[in-house]
Design a protein around this ligand. Structure first.
Ligand SMILES: [Zn+2]
Ligand SMILES: [Zn+2]
Length: 607
């Protein structure tokens, strides 16, 4: 291992130990406050830790001061973490009144169990830990949430207290700042404040678009449609409802069954479509195809439904009804390279336009792959070459591809440094066979096309939610629901304000005229809160001179301008889809371990 990696590894391990140890310190404090508490598990997670407790009363954030001050005393006390190995019988005796620990002991396969002690606290624990509690000075408790024991709804509901812990005060402060920023930018909060979208219990997990949000959504969709037209895609529009048979033919049914809404009607089982792939295969098979038609690029913006568990729903980032910028490319084997190069150019154009950073990751043949090894090899070679030719670093996940083909995933990094899996370029050698698709090759033989499933944004709902947070609600002018507002200072200027407004509207600009008899300061603040890109104030002087006084959301005062000049500027920005806002970056953490992954890993290990 190179020295650098080793040092990095060591630092990472140290954070892991600090976080794990801070979880024990919190449990020590909780036992001081509630000697009868039952303890479940307390692992380190990304950026921090949690511990699950069964307590005599509900904990709230009001309790955090007391827990934290007890934790600080334990840190000051500088207790030593000591490791011991006990027989299971010893452990069972010690944890006799700790039912969850007893269950964990039973799940451990070794004859002995590992124990860590600090001060008065003893835990069943694989470690590792720091040596002294004074290493854990920089922590903060963040929230408390319900969590079922073993993640199982039939088991008792426990209280999970989350905290964050870092090596230095600076790291902690920076992380807390990032959390504040994330809260400020939260798309659920901004979605409500900016009247973009909402939710209703009568259709749980699906978005109710308000007029302003719907404008943004349509702009996004329109962009993708244009991009596809430029790249010679054709678009189809298929039904929402299918006989289950379609999905059984696709060979993905096992995977999608539990996430698909189904119902019985006329003694048939119908499904709300969870994906576009199978019905696009039907389109290909509607007539005899020739190699001259390939690559055939078929786009589809249909509504999809997935029956996500209520607990998994999260604002607009995970919803039950959504739409993708989805397309399927039918091509010959030797066309894969060119198609992938074109797709990467489309991805680049899109992400650059929005000021988003992204990484590409290649996933290759898994053990349970299906199909012809030679086809796999040559396809993987083409994908890798396309990635290499791009000249940017990329990651390879060996053996992580789907059984039906290798893929390139787009990992997007937002302005808070969080990582999202958005678009994908997924090769498929199986689905065209399942649907018996063929085309006539130049030598008159019948060949099976390769299918490329591809999306640049993925779910548009989720992509939009990411954009709301990325821009903190201050969209570039082309995407903003209201692009300009004209504000007369007194009634005297109303006619002129409307004249300017109508002139903008005629140019296709989304403009409002705010002629309410409110105070000027109030009106300006309101439009600032709404993050309107252009504010045009008109008073007597402006009417006289035939000008407007311009304020830009992202750039402050611009002075007086002729209305036609402002109009042309906006029209030009919209045509170019200019990125005319500053994207502030608060990149902090790069690790992307999901807390649930760590949690279940810990549980599997029996700790
Ligand atoms: Zn532990
Ligand atoms: Zn597909």
């Amino acid at each position: 291992m190179p020295a650098n990696d080793e040092a990095r590894q060591k630092r990472a391990d140290e954070l892991y130990r600090i976080r794990h140890s801070t979880a024990h310190i919190m449990a020590t404090a909780i036992l001081e406050m509630f000697p009868d508490a039952s303890l479940a598990i307390g692992p380190p997670i990304k950026d921090g830790f949690y511990y699950d407790f069964d307590l005599p009363r509900p904990i709230s954030t009001d309790d955090f001061d007391e827990i934290e001050s007890r934790m600080k005393n334990i840190v000051k006390d500088n207790q030593r973490f000591e490791h011991e190995t006990w027989s299971k019988d010893e452990a069972r005796e010690f944890f006799a009144d700790q039912p969850f620990k007893l269950e964990l002991i039973d799940r451990i396969e070794d004859p002995d169990v590992s124990i860590y002690k600090n001060g008065p606290f003893t835990d069943l624990c694989a470690g590792p830990h720091v040596r002294y509690t004074k290493k854990c000075k920089h922590f903060k408790l963040l929230k408390v949430a319900g969590a079922y024991w073993k993640g199982d709804e039939n088991e008792p509901m426990l209280q999970r207290i989350y905290g964050t812990a870092w090596k230095t005060r600076d790291d902690l402060d920076r992380h807390l700042h990032m959390l504040e920023e994330a809260k400020r930018r939260d798309h659920r909060k901004l979605g409500k404040e900016l009247e973009l979208f909402g939710f209703d219990r009568l259709s749980p997990g699906s978005i109710f678009w308000r007029p302003k949000g719907w404008i943004c959504y349509r702009q996004l969709k329109e962009y993708f449609r244009e991009l596809e037209e430029q790249n010679r895609y054709i678009e189809i529009f298929n039904p929402l409802l299918y006989n289950k048979e379609l999905y059984e033919t696709s060979n993905r049914w096992d995977h999608y069954r539990e996430h698909t809404f189904q119902f019985e009607q006329n003694e048939q089982t119908y499904c709300l479509k969870p994906m576009n792939c199978p019905d696009t295969m039907l389109f290909f098979s509607t007539k005899k195809r020739s190699y001259r038609e390939l690559p055939l690029r078929v786009a589809e913006f249909d509504v999809l439904h997935r029956n996500e568990l209520a607990g998994a729903l999260s604002g607009a980032t995970r919803v039950r009804q959504f739409m993708q910028d989805d397309a399927h490319i039918f091509c010959a084997e030797e066309q894969i390279y060119d198609e992938v190069v074109t797709l990467m150019a489309m991805i680049d154009e899109t992400y650059q336009m929005l000021g988003l950073h992204y990484d590409l990751e290649l996933s290759t043949r898994p053990d349970d792959f299906m199909g012809d090894v030679e086809l796999w090899d040559s396809a993987e070679e083409m994908l890798e070459k396309a990635l290499e030719d791009r000249g940017e670093p990329f990651r390879i996940h060996e053996g992580d591809g789907a059984f039906y083909g290798p893929k390139i995933d787009i990992q997007l990094r937002d302005s808070l440094g969080r990582s999202w899996q958005c678009g994908t370029i997924q090769l498929d050698f199986q689905m065209p066979r399942r649907f018996e698709l063929t085309y006539t090759a130049s030598d008159n033989s019948e060949q099976t096309p390769v299918v490329i499933h591809r999306a640049i944004a993925g779910s548009l709902e989720r992509f939009f939610a990411i954009l709301v947070e990325h821009f903190a609600g201050a969209f570039p002018t082309w995407l903003a629901p209201v692009q300009a507002v004209v504000i007369p200072i007194t009634d005297e200027e109303n006619d002129y304000a409307w004249e300017v407004g109508n002139m903008f509207r005629d140019a296709g600009i989304r403009v409002e005229v705010d002629d309410r008899t409110e105070k000027m300061g109030y009106k300006i603040r309101e439009h600032e809160t709404a993050k309107v890109p252009y504010m045009l104030v008109v008073g007597g002087r402006e009417v006289e001179a035939g000008t407007v006084s311009v304020r830009i959301y992202s750039g402050g005062r611009r002075g007086t301008m002729k209305p036609a000049e402002v109009r042309d500027e906006i029209v030009e920005k919209v045509a170019e889809r200019a990125l005319d806002v500053e994207v502030e970056e608060t990149v902090l953490t790069s690790a992307t371990v999901e807390e649930d992954e760590v949690g279940s890993d810990m549980e599997e290990r029996g700790y």
